[in-house]
Ligand binder design. Structure first.
Ligand SMILES: *[C@@H]1O[C@H](CO)[C@@H](O)[C@H](O)[C@H]1NC(C)=O
Ligand SMILES: *[C@@H]1O[C@H](CO)[C@@H](O)[C@H](O)[C@H]1NC(C)=O
Ligand SMILES: [Cu+2]
Length: 351
């Protein structure tokens, strides 16, 4: 079967400027100042527990952020909207933030920054919802997420071969979404590592097989059973193949299309619900032994780097470029760190 590794080659030319991404000027001033502000902890809920009107408010906020003009044009010239800004930063940093020790910390900060943008720039009153894909693992197509009226719309149109850049086992669809709120959505950058101007539809290629195989409760429990962060992270990210993928890959490749693109997957609005759930599993694992696990961090500094180190530490910088102030892994270890004065985050999970 094709490996994700082969697909990584797709964007190797990026490597030349990835180093400079870390040096980009950052707005917002001293993050420790932000962390000292008072904080009202908001509660993230599972998508299907929201009322129809809460669901609609969330979708409305996503459409709002997709209509707000970009602020990151200096580093992502073809970004049109604030939504594109987020996608562009992920594309730029793809090789810096996956299969590394700070994978979960980076994506934790990234989703929280998106949540903040929805709330502060688009008047969204709720918290970032999450998608507990274990609830849909055996009945993927029936997930309330795909409802055209109260969800994100359904599968992409059928186009053989599957429209995702790698052949995903069990994939269907692959073309543009055919119903729901994102049927007319345009993506302005991507796919893959491309930051060139484009105008693309939102593609999906549902694979119920991937959902059933990798997004189930046993897989989550296996991750939760890991004794230290190094193992937890390895199990969550899994291998770069479809035999031993992790729950991270499960969420991405079950939706497929844009979501199955390692670089430009945040072009899929459901990306943020998937990564919120991954973050929730991470927080669950931390909460099983919080005193120790608020400071347990390890893993390679560079993508798939040597297991002998160097390892990521609490002082490792986390950089979202023009999206947010630079922080460290330490600032992101506690999802309520802002309230406690130990970090920059201020949310929690229902259940
Ligand atoms: C982006 O545009 C440049 C200049 O037109 C072109 O050389 C390059 O191949 C394009 N890259 C991709 C990935 O399409
Ligand atoms: C990095 O972490 C691994 C796994 O926990 C450990 O075996 C190794 O000694 C560490 N390397 C350094 C340089 O700390
Ligand atoms: Cu990612």
């Amino acid at each position: 079967m094709p490996s994700i590794g082969a697909f990584l080659v797709y964007g190797l030319y990026l490597a030349s400027f990835l180093g400079s991404a870390a040096a980009a000027p950052l707005p917002g001033g001293d993050p420790s100042e932000t962390s000292r502000r008072s904080c009202n902890v908001i509660k993230r809920k599972e998508w299907r527990t929201l009322s129809d009107s809460q669901k609609k408010s969330y979708i409305k906020a996503v459409k709002c952020i997709q209509a707000k003009p970009a602020i990151a044009k200096a580093t992502i010239p073809n970004s049109v909207s604030r939504f594109d800004d987020f996608q562009g930063v992920h594309i730029q940093q793809t090789f810096l933030i996956h299969f590394v020790g700070h994978f979960l910390a980076w994506h934790r900060y990234y989703v929280a920054t998106y949540e903040k943008a929805l709330r502060e720039e688009c008047g969204y009153q709720g918290a970032q919802p999450y998608w507990d894909w274990t609830l849909d693992a055996d009945n993927f197509l029936e997930s309330p997420l795909w409802d055209p009226d109260t969800g994100f719309g359904g599968n992409g149109a059928t186009i053989p071969p599957d429209g995702s850049p790698i052949a995903v086992p069990g994939a269907t669809g692959g073309g543009c979404v055919t119903n729901g709120p994102f049927v007319d959505m345009r993506l302005h950058i991507g796919p893959g590592a491309s930051l060139n101007a484009t105008s693309r539809c939102l593609r999906r290629g549902f694979s119920p097989f991937i959902a059933q195989t990798f997004s189930n409760t046993a897989k989550v429990n296996n991750a939760l059973a890991q004794p230290d962060f190094g193992w937890f992270n390895k199990v969550v990210e899994g291998e770069t193949n479809f035999q031993n993928a992790g729950i991270h890959g499960g969420g991405h490749f079950s939706v497929g299309g844009e979501a199955g693109d390692l670089f430009s997957s945040p072009g899929e609005p459901v990306f943020y619900l998937h990564h919120a759930n991954l973050d929730r599993v991470y927080w669950k694992w931390q909460s099983m032994n919080l005193p120790a696990r608020l400071s347990d961090i390890s893993g390679p500094v560079t993508m798939m780097g040597p297991i002998t180190g160097p390892n990521v530490t609490l002082s490792f910088p986390i950089d979202l470029g023009p999206l947010a102030p630079r922080v460290t892994v330490k600032d992101l270890m506690d999802i309520e760190g802002s309230k406690k004065g130990t970090g920059v985050l201020c949310y929690t999970y229902e259940e």
